[in-house]
Design a protein around this ligand. Sequence first.
Ligand code: URA
Length: 191
Amino acid sequence: MRQLLLDCAACRRCGLAAERQQVVVSRGNPTARLMLIGEGPGAQEDSVGLPFVGRSGQLLDQLLAVAGIDSNQDAYVCNVVKCRPTGNRKPKPMELAACRPWLERQIALVNPAVILLLGATALEGVLGIKGGITSLRGKWHASEEEILHGRNLMPVLHPSYLLRFNSQAKGSPRTLTAADFQEVHRCLLAL
Ligand code: URA
């Protein structure tokens, strides 16, 4: 894990390297059975050097905690791209591709049984599926790709989307995500 941090810190595989303050590799437990993969660092993550420490990270932690999951003890948290796209734009396909070897090293090191894909960009970056997060969220996926084979993958809505659509009414993005996290907790208990 230490070597991975050093290698990522030296990475210049794409243009995002020029504008970053820090490479944001991970937080949480590298021996966890659960891995959370988001899109990419925002301004706060870029400045602190840890993923999901801003507003969306706080909401993510809260919703996971309600489902009995502690994001730092029970999960390893990372992103499909490790450097902040300026202005929080969506990472470009070549940036996703350039960063993919780092993500694969993370998956190999952590060896998680369960992977949550936070939002459409993680869904695209990991499984190559473009669009459809609203219908795919909360459903278990499998992949024959070598690094993903045998793992339980679930796309969920991105916490920044939940911040934008803040309703807590039945059927709202937030309550759907809370239910998805309960399902993840059940799956972890059954492993
Ligand atoms: N959004 C993400 O997708 N990742 C972070 O680390 C922070 C916000």
